[in-house]
Design a protein around this ligand. Structure first.
Ligand SMILES: *[C@@H]1O[C@H](CO)[C@@H](O)[C@H](O)[C@H]1NC(C)=O
Length: 376
């Protein structure tokens, strides 16, 4: 990885380039190529393990498919970007076919969980953000509840209510008092916090606007400010396993919620360096497989990830890979947003506020029948 790190650092150190340079030859173009290569490898992993992939794994790749379609849409009109655009389009098509197939396996392994959460792997559910914003540090909690203060079961039950996929045949966007209290509770951290954000993010995807959901943006501002704080701490502590998983989940969720400051170049560099070069997956950094049950706070995290986590014997993790590809897809999308068609290229962290297209309203992705050209 050392050579790779050096390469990225060199890219970051490059002086600003004249916008007359063809975009694929810029640092941004090189980065887009690196991200695409990582995503193509991860997709081979998905294909290889498809029968064993759980639903949470599939969700990450569904988000990636949406991001790739958005990227292709932005690049398709620029002849210089044809090779990159073609790769994004091909990958989105491959994913679409694989995800269709995965439903067959998920039906067999856990039909109830599939029924409850199927909307989240359905095409059209996830939409790219309408506009970018940044987190506001003054919303960071001055104190925290004990780590992961609510259970996975409660959080799942509230998401099922929201999606309207329970057995009581109720409408989507329903909100019990229990869920209102749980999902707006202050001082949460870890996966409790990321699931509070997910709840309001899915409310947006589902089109819930009544009652509490009037204030969805406010809660998302609060939760993502705190998720940013946790990610900064994870970085400061050297991204120790299993913190990487939550770190990438926070980028995936807050990125899809429109917070551009989660797309930091050095975070991109870190995530790319975690990919297992042979398997193409993300997971446990080394061969040690004993569970980390030594310390209570680690037990807390493991208790929460047990149900939806699936760890293969080679250390590949379904959930890690899912959050990684959706985080990387977000990096690619924000790069595509800022290619110099409309001005200077911006590295991800310097992205200004701008409006951008909603994935749901995009016209049908155009087929391009051109052969793949080798980028110069
Ligand atoms: C950040 O949040 C605080 C507290 O709600 C608010 O007063 C401030 O205007 C916000 N800053 C920005 C830049 O939005």
């Amino acid at each position: 990885m050392a050579r790779f790190r050096l390469f990225l650092l060199l890219l970051l150190a490059l002086p600003p380039q004249p916008s007359s340079l063809p975009w694929p030859d810029t640092a941004q173009g090189t980065m887009a190529g690196l991200i695409l290569t990582a995503l193509e490898k991860a997709t081979l992993f998905l294909e290889d393990r498809l029968p064993a992939i759980n639903l949470d794994g599939a969700v990450g790749f569904q988000v990636l498919e949406v991001q790739l379609k958005g990227v292709h849409e932005k690049w398709a009109s620029n002849p210089l970007l044809q090779p990159l655009s073609f790769r994004a389009e091909q990958l989105a098509k491959t994913l679409s076919a694989l995800l269709q197939k995965s439903i067959f396996y998920l039906k067999q392994s856990d039909p109830t969980y599939l029924r409850e959460f199927q909307p989240s792997i359905q095409p059209g559910f996830w939409k790219l953000p309408h506009a970018w914003r940044r987190t506001n540090a003054s919303l960071v909690y001055p104190w925290l509840e004990p780590l992961d203060s609510f259970s996975e079961e409660s959080s799942d039950a509230c998401l099922v209510q929201l999606l309207g996929t329970g057995t009581d045949s109720s409408q989507p966007c329903r909100l019990s008092n229990f869920c209102r209290t749980l999902m707006t509770k202050a001082g949460c951290s870890g996966y409790s916090l990321s699931h509070q954000l997910l709840f309001f993010l899915w409310a947006r995807m589902q089109g819930c606007t009544q009652g509490l959901f009037h204030q969805s943006q406010h809660y998302m501002d609060v939760f993502c400010a705190n998720m940013m704080e946790l990610n900064r701490r994870a970085e400061a502590m050297g991204y120790t396993y299993p913190t990487q998983d939550l770190f990438m989940e926070n980028i995936m969720f807050c990125g899809m919620a429109g917070f551009s400051d989660f797309y930091k170049l050095h975070w991109l560099e870190a995530i790319l360096s975690w990919q297992k070069p042979l398997a193409g997956c993300f997971g446990k950094p080394d061969a040690k497989r004993e569970l980390l049950e030594g310390t209570p706070h680690r037990q807390g995290i493991l208790r929460r990830i047990r149900r939806w986590e699936k760890l293969f014997t080679d250390g590949c993790s379904c959930h890690n890979t899912a959050t990684a590809v959706a985080a990387l897809g977000g990096f690619l999308y924000i790069l595509a947003e800022y290619h110099p068609d409309n001005g200077e290229p911006h590295p991800p962290t310097q992205s200004p506020e701008s409006d951008y297209q909603d994935g749901a309203t995009m016209p049908e992705v155009q087929r391009i029948g051109r052969p793949l050209r080798v980028s110069s």
